[in-house]
Design a binder for this molecule. Structure first.
Ligand code: ADE
Length: 232
């Protein structure tokens, strides 16, 4: 069983990499893939970089070149729904691209020719990830549900409120998950994702994001990934 552990930015993955005793670097598609072990399990860790295209390239390489059996994404997100606050954790049950609009050819948000606007994450893998969060981060508020992705850093109250009105069940926003979910759907590879809320996607999002990513993101990711892999 080979597990891919992915984050978008170095700050979100550095503590995970530090836990690998034997990683070997392999370059593909301009990215560094670290192949080795963590808690005795075969893992490939990689930085996807930011945005949906970078995410799709990374997911495809993980499947085609590194033959991973399952993919776990970890990182940060902006809270959108009321009550999804900085420091909370969101585990995704499904992803949607909030910036996809092929109307009037297809309904708003629908991924053309898939007949749906959302891709579910793998149920069993998602349960395992949620259990790992509960174990690793006692006392942290855990939300489950829809995460939306788009090629925008949402950084104004006006925009986040518009998102909330348009997609009332969206818990959080980020920039990669929906691309991973779609590629994993295409290849039939189980996918799960966890995001710690770094900001509220409002006028303070920029500063909140930068301070959080520096201080908390990597520690959270490492604790969750460790608990997840320890469980098998
Ligand atoms: N990732 C973390 N915060 C975000 C935000 N406000 N918008 C998009 N992606 C994010």
């Amino acid at each position: 069983m080979r597990t891919a552990i992915v984050a978008a930015m170095h700050e979100e993955l550095s503590a995970v990499l530090a836990l690998m005793p034997d990683e070997r670097k392999q370059v593909a598609g301009g990215r560094e893939f670290w192949v080795g072990h963590l808690h005795g399990q075969e893992v490939v860790t990689v930085l996807s970089r930011i945005g949906k295209v970078a995410a799709a390239t990374t997911a495809t390489a993980l499947v085609e070149r590194f033959h991973v059996d399952r993919i776990v994404f970890t990182g940060v997100a902006g809270g959108i729904a009321p009550g999804v606050n900085r420091g909370d954790v969101v585990v995704a049950d499904a992803f949607l691209q909030h910036d996809l609009d092929a109307s009037p050819l297809f309904p708003r948000y629908e991924v053309p020719l898939y007949g749906s606007d959302r891709f579910a994450t793998d149920r069993a893998l998602t349960e395992k990830l949620a259990a790992a969060v509960r174990q690793a981060l006692h006392g942290t508020r855990l939300h489950r549900g829809l995460i939306v992705s788009g090629d925008r850093f949402v950084s104004s109250a006006t925009e986040s409120q518009a998102l909330q009105r348009a997609l009332p069940d969206a818990l959080a926003v980020e920039m990669e998950g929906a691309a991973f979910a779609q590629v994993c759907h295409d290849y039939g590879v189980p996918f799960a994702a966890v995001r710690t809320v770094s900001d509220r996607a409002d006028d303070a999002a920029h500063g909140d994001f930068l301070s959080f990513i520096d201080q908390v993101a990597s520690r959270h990711s490492a604790a969750i990934v460790e608990a997840f892999l320890r469980a098998g």
